[in-house]
Write a protein that binds this ligand. Structure first.
Ligand SMILES: [Zn+2]
Length: 721
């Protein structure tokens, strides 16, 4: 399941500002009472910088946000942070863990307060005014970040603490934090000479601008649609027709609008009997960012890849991939490539079988076609029904959204002793659809954190599903609890109707919830230790998808939305039999994108032509012609809307190896709810952040390194090797 996690975590974490140095702010004491009021004008932007007030240790002031406040607020927060960094750098006493590393962890409070508000607005409510502000704020943040890393005096103090670390009685967490901090500064250029620092700063500035432009341009191409008439609807299930009608209505159009996003396009390709329309809609979708209009991203891509290669060279790495991966579990591109190469042949072999099945079925129907990419999902669905007598839509009747949300809470309750209580209406939210839940320990009622849910698709909300962290748990000055959010793009049911979701959606829901659990479970003293490597991040989320199809969850929560009957065993059996169905397609479309990501970022020259490189790599790996990349470069948001997933798209597979292997640890006990395994998993994998090296943590959990066999088995690939 590929549902990118947005870490709306502040990159400045680790530079928290002592609260005395914060701007003087007039607080809103009770956000509920104040919800209707406008705060005093003199303090408006400052409200975004204030420590969060209200219940549960403070909550995000979503009811006091104005787009025009962000620029001045970020400027003030940045100035405050730079001043703090200077204060730490010029501390009169010799450098110690407390006056340097811990002091950095405590700095940047104002920025930590405003950042999640801003990133939430740009991810969930990205109206044009926010798209514009991003273009200003992201380069501003990048500059501040560089100024701190390039602060010579500050780095010398960090270096001294690092070199001296064995001579003091420090805790393992403190030692780990020192090492991580020191390495991060070096990775970001702290040791460069003045001229190179200047060059690197310029590169980061320019990249920040391109990342924003790339995201906005793709979003604009996704906010287009193809209008259908009544005669174009053959094969489409009624709920889809309703959602296309609703999309047209929202745009004041007659007919049915298939908007150019995955959630609208994939179901059309799966069910529409109209072959030529499938092709038309498929082409529009794969051409996002690649059309001859203002949203064409090819020049931006060339520039980004070039700048990344230049930056890697400045920092002494052979390529961007080598630089980007130096703090991951894989550590180097060759390791990621080896995993891809290990899985690829089996996946391609499976695709050949899938295509043969589809072609046979098309021939049987005298369709007189050769399977093309726009036929894949359609015939795949037909084969699924023919072979397994399994109708996707049959499941939907059993997956009611609210029930599945409850199901995910049940999982967390049973595995980890968490309890979820809805508190919607008592804390501010940024849209009426948002629901808020308080998480407590079932045993003693003690507080764990808050979970915000934004489940429904909406204009100006980014597509896909993601988790974000509004506030990271830490214990710098007493306990601060996590606030996390889950964001999905489910189709909202009509007024009074029950919202039904697909099995895929249910797994996505559990996936994002797994990220949320990871954030809630974190139990480190220092917020700087909460961040786990990119190729570990998808492990907790992916492993939790497995509980959707357990008997306990299905019996309790997958009940027919009309009759209330549990899912019949025959349907479950059919589904289990079909579990590995279509894994060839899913694996190949994903892996081909992962290969391209690695190839363009392993090239030290940074000279690429996006169209040519796609063609070349696909030819080299032997891409089946019936499948297109899951993400073509012109709209590959993972790679070009920030640095985080660049040379990192392989991470889903890397994490999934651990997820499959870890799920097996539960299965091997004969009880996937086994309290002993759940406790070790919670303590070692979920709660310890990055306080222990993640490879070591995995060994502590499993008694050995992860093995790839479980993943091959899950996908129905032969594991001979
Ligand atoms: Zn994820």
């Amino acid at each position: 399941m590929e549902t990118p996690q947005v870490t709306v975590r502040n990159p400045f974490r680790g530079w928290r500002l002592p609260s005395v140095l914060l701007l003087i702010i007039t607080f809103i004491v009770n956000p509920i009472v104040q919800a209707q009021k406008t705060p005093p004008s003199s303090s408006q932007p400052e409200i975004l910088l204030a420590d969060w007030q209200g219940p549960h240790g403070g909550v995000p002031p979503f009811d006091h946000i104005r787009s025009e406040w962000f620029e001045p607020a970020f400027e003030a927060a940045a100035t405050a942070l730079l001043n703090e960094a200077d204060t730490i750098a010029n501390h009169p006493s010799p450098p110690t863990f407390d006056n340097t590393i811990a002091a950095l962890e405590k700095s940047g409070g104002a920025l930590e307060n405003v950042s999640p508000l801003f990133f939430t607005m740009t991810a969930n409510m990205n109206a044009p005014e926010y798209q514009k502000i991003s273009g200003i704020i992201r380069p501003m943040l990048s500059k501040v970040y560089d100024q701190i890393v390039f602060n010579e005096k500050l780095f010398q103090r960090i270096k001294t603490v690092y070199q001296d670390r064995e001579n003091h009685s420090l805790t393992p967490e403190q030692l780990r934090l020192i090492e991580k901090t020191y390495e991060r500064y070096i990775r970001r250029g702290a040791q460069l000479n003045a001229a190179d620092k200047e060059r690197m700063g310029k590169i980061n500035q320019e990249l920040a601008k391109h990342f924003t432009d790339f995201g906005n341009q793709v979003q604009r191409d996704e906010d287009t649609w193809i209008i259908l008439g009544r005669e174009d609807l053959a094969g489409l299930p009624q709920p889809m027709i309703d959602s296309y009608r609703a999309a047209a209505k929202k745009r004041n159009l007659s007919g049915y609008a298939v908007v150019n996003t995955r959630s609208a396009v994939d179901p059309f390709l799966t069910f529409s009997d109209h072959r030529s329309l499938r092709e038309k809609i498929w082409r529009a979708f794969i051409m996002r960012g690649d059309n001859p209009n203002d949203n064409n991203t090819n020049d931006i891509i060339k520039r980004i890849v070039r700048l990344r290669a230049d930056r890697a060279k400045l920092l002494g790495y052979p390529s961007h991939a080598h630089w980007r991966m130096s703090d991951t579990m894989a550590k180097e591109p060759a390791k990621a490539m080896a995993l891809l190469d290990r899985i690829w042949p089996a996946a391609v072999a499976r695709v050949k079988e899938e295509v043969a099945d589809m072609q046979a079925l098309a021939d049987q129907e005298n369709a007189d076609i050769t399977i093309q990419p726009w036929d894949y999902r359609y015939y795949m669905e037909k084969v699924r029904q023919a072979r397994y007598d399994l109708d996707q839509t049959e499941f939907k009747n059993y997956f009611e959204l609210n029930n599945m949300i409850r199901a995910s809470y049940y999982m967390a309750e049973r595995l980890y002793g968490y309890q979820f209580t809805e508190i919607s209406g008592t804390v501010p939210v940024f849209h009426p659809d948002i629901r808020v839940f308080k998480v407590t320990h079932q045993s003693d009622g003690s507080f764990v954190g808050l979970l915000y849910r934004d489940d429904f698709a909406r204009q100006y909300k980014r597509s896909g599903a993601w988790q974000s962290t509004y506030r990271t748990q830490h214990k710098l000055n007493g306990q601060v609890d996590a606030i996390v959010s889950n964001n999905n793009n489910f189709v909202k049911a009509a007024e009074g109707a029950k919202g039904l979701i697909s099995l895929d959606d249910a797994e996505t829901l559990f996936h994002e919830f797994g990220h949320a659990i990871h954030g809630l479970a974190n139990d480190t003293t220092y917020p700087g230790l909460a961040n786990t490597p990119r190729d570990f991040v998808e492990f907790p989320s992916q492993v939790h998808e497995n509980w959707v199809l357990t008997r306990e969850v299905l019996d309790r929560f997958a009940r027919h939305y009309q009759s209330g009957e549990p899912m019949p065993q025959s349907l479950i059996d059919k589904m289990k039999k079909a579990e590995t169905f279509n894994q060839g397609f899913a694996t190949v479309e994903y892996m081909a994108s992962a290969y391209i990501d690695m190839m363009i970022h392993m090239d030290g020259s940074g000279e690429i032509d996006p169209a040519a490189v796609e063609k070349e790599v696909l030819a080299n790996i032997g891409m089946p012609k019936e499948i297109v990349l899951r993400h073509r470069l012109p709209h590959f948001l993972h790679l070009f809307s920030s640095d985080s997933y660049s040379a990192g798209y392989y991470s889903y597979l890397w994490s999934d190896v651990m997820a499959a292997d870890a799920w097996k640890a539960f299965e091997e006990t004969g009880n996937v709810w086994d309290p002993g395994v759940a406790k070790t998993f919670f303590d070692v994998i979920l709660a310890s952040g990055d306080a222990i090296d993640r490879a070591e943590a995995y060994r502590q959990f499993r008694g050995r390194d992860p093995e790839v066999e479980a993943l091959l088995e899950n996908r129905g690939f032969p594991s001979s090797n």
